[in-house]
Design a protein around this ligand. Structure first.
Ligand code: CA
Length: 650
């Protein structure tokens, strides 16, 4: 027997299967099962009546086929029959769900044969992705399926379910819109749902008890999470209900991106990967398993069948569920070639499907950094984006230091970082290049996913509460507005955590600060969106809504090339520190206005800014944002303390 090495060399000798028929291929007359398990000496297919319990129908020996596959065919209508494989490798036989299972029983312990066409909600064949011309037209709203509806103030009846997104006309105690109506009114183009494939940590048999998890612990990559369905015991229900969610959002003009977590599995020994082809899907070091995910393991995207698995999975979600984009958790655990293969495969379906992720890891990866999908390697991944931790930390301070401040909340010397962020992380001649930490990494603005807050770390509002505890709530609201104005006018793709527009807070009595900065398994009381906070934050809500509308009205804020930004976006030398101002001229990207001017004043006093010649109309100021002019100005304009201003010349 061949010695097993810890690196890829041993596995390089394994046959690679490139067919598209892995899994259970269903027809009414027969179902064909195919599994890639080249190191196995024997594979048995187990058919079950139910997704759990002792309901074995039959066990069938599978035949060894081409390129490491195992195959069998069973005649008859197997729709809703549950199944597993018993895979013998060496002296060990282990039972595993199918890596390619499209449905599963409760807690995802068994796959289920499924007639996918029968799960399509009525009219799903006519479902189309809402229009999106360029990636930079996207405005992404990050939301956890459960958080939308888990507070009673949501008025949503499908609490914690995919179907919560399908309810219209829901209102909070003050009669203000919640849920779908709120998201639609806000004007975002995309929602990004936290992991919604089947994950391990919420027990689907105990849904009457309080449970919560973000879901970064994958179990079945091609199956929706059972706890988000109204019935996790019947595998077809979650499939249909997730489709209903997407269909409804599409019908309301909102695209749906999904957070995907291919970089690790919940554990190693319990994972279907490990039970199917031991050690193939994980990277190892001489000491054991490599852990770039910080969760105990990392997958090996550079191996042919892991890369194929990721590509097949996203293609499946895009085609079967009409998912509009994929956010890769710890994307830099993956290799560059894999990200490019994903992009290429999705381009075949629809090039407007988004691909982006975290351009970092949570630990050292067992592949060289030159091969990792790191933020600083983005130039090698056209059509793939990365989160800009630069703008995140420049606006409000470092996420790893709660007391650290940024441009909007009182740190000085942040101008170059803000300029860098405004320019979408592409090279720009007016941005100091020699300053530490300022190094362009985006080849095009579509690669820069700009954000202030996401599910990780403190919410924007909680960060300000800690870093600026001595400031009044009124002042902190000004800081929040200034930050959001920078975010939503910057080049690139704006992204924000759901509820940021309502000063979302994640209170915690377990934290020293009173706020939860890692709420991955905190209760609903911490994580839920408190819709009854909308009335008191309505002013901030309207401001975000107005900023989004202003962004949508001006294509110059959504330029698609670095060259356009370099040629047309000109920074102005401000009269005092802690001010960033610029103009955009020459109608780039089919802009209709002659000229735009943006001014961000982080000082605690008003400043007078000289304007270029001509009359200007003001659309954004300290309190208001939108597409209706607020006032006109010429000569100089006074910009209030801690505020933004946008002016347009027609
Ligand atoms: Ca689950």
């Amino acid at each position: 027997m061949k010695k097993r090495f810890t690196d890829s060399a041993y596995f390089d000798d394994l046959p690679v299967y490139d067919g598209n028929d892995l899994g259970a291929v269903y027809t009414r007359e027969r179902t064909a099962f195919k599994l890639w398990a080249p190191t196995a000496s024997k594979v048995m297919l187990n058919l079950y009546e139910n997704g759990d319990g002792g309901s074995l129908i039959e066990t069938i020996a599978m035949a060894a086929g081409e390129k490491g596959t195992w195959f069998c065919e069973k005649s008859g209508d197997l729709d809703k029959v549950y199944y597993t494989y018993s895979i013998t490798v060496g002296k060990q036989t282990r039972e595993a769900a199918d890596l390619y299972a499209r449905a599963a029983g409760v807690n995802g312990d068994r796959g289920m044969v499924i007639d996918l066409a029968a799960t399509d909600p009525e009219g799903f064949e006519k479902d189309v992705r809402p229009a999106l011309e360029n990636t930079t037209d996207a405005v992404i709203y990050e939301i956890h399926v459960r958080d939308l509806s888990s507070d009673t103030s949501s008025g949503i009846s499908n609490v914690g379910k995919f179907l919560g997104f399908t309810e219209k006309g829901t209102k909070n105690s003050d009669g203000l819109a919640t849920g779908l109506d709120h998201i639609k009114d806000l004007g975002v183009t995309h929602i990004q749902i936290l992991p919604s494939f089947d994950y391990a940590t919420v027990d689907e048999t105990r849904l009457d008890e309080p449970q919560f998890n973000w879901g970064y612990d994958p179990k079945n990559y091609n199956v929706p999470e059972g706890s988000y369905s109204t019935d996790p015991y019947h595998g077809e229900v979650r499939v249909k209900e997730m489709k209903q969610m997407i269909q409804t959002l599409h019908a309301n003009g909102i695209r749906v991106n999904m957070d995907v977590v291919f970089n690790h599995t919940y554990d190693i020994e319990g994972s279907w990967f490990q039970k199917t082809v031991p050690d193939y899907y994980y990277r190892k070091t001489v000491d054991g398993y490599s852990d770039a995910s910080g969760c105990g393991n990392e997958t090996a995207s550079e191996r042919a069948m892991m890369r194929k698995y990721i590509v097949d999975s996203v293609v499946y979600w895009a085609k079967e569920y009409h998912i509009d984009g994929f956010r890769f958790d710890l994307m830099a655990v993956h290799d560059i070639d894999t990200m490019n293969a994903i992009r290429a495969a999705l381009n075949e379906i629809d090039p407007t499907i988004m691909v982006y992720g975290e351009g970092w890891t949570a630990g050292e990866a067992a592949i060289p950094s030159s091969k990792q999908a790191l933020k600083h390697n983005m130039a090698k991944m056209e059509g793939v984006g990365a989160f800009s931790d630069d703008i995140r930390d420049a606006i409000k301070g470092n996420v790893f230091d709660a007391l650290d401040k940024g441009f909007v909340n009182g740190k000085t010397g942040m101008e170059e970082r803000i300029k860098f962020s405004i320019a979408g992380a592409v090279p720009h001649p007016q941005i100091a290049k020699n300053e530490k930490d300022i190094k362009s990494w985006a080849a095009s603005p579509s690669q820069s996913i700009n954000y202030i807050s996401c599910h990780d770390n403190l919410t924007f509002w909680d960060k300000l509460a800690i870093s600026n505890a001595d400031d009044s709530e009124e002042t902190r609201i000004k800081m929040n507005k200034l930050g959001s104005a920078i975010l939503l006018t910057s080049q690139g793709v704006p992204f924000f955590q759901a509820g940021e527009e309502m000063l979302r807070s994640k209170p915690s009595d377990k934290s020293d600060t009173g706020y939860d900065e890692n709420s991955y398994r905190s209760p609903d009381s911490t994580n839920s969106i408190k819709w009854d906070d909308k009335a008191k934050a309505i002013d901030t809500y309207e401001y975000y809504k107005g900023l989004i509308a202003f962004r949508k009205a001006h294509k110059a804020l959504r330029m698609t090339t670095a060259t356009d930004i370099q040629n047309n976006l000109k920074f102005i030398t401000p009269p005092a520190p802690n001010i960033v101002a610029y103009t955009i001229s020459n109608k780039p990207n089919n802009e209709t206005a002659e000229k735009l001017m943006l001014i961000f004043n982080a000082n605690r006093t008003a400043v007078n800014i000289p304007l270029p010649p001509g009359t200007w109309q003001i659309y954004i100021n300290a309190t208001t944002a939108g597409t209706t002019p607020i006032a006109t100005a010429s000569g100089t304009v006074s910009v209030e303390a801690i505020s933004a201003m946008a002016l347009v010349q027609q």
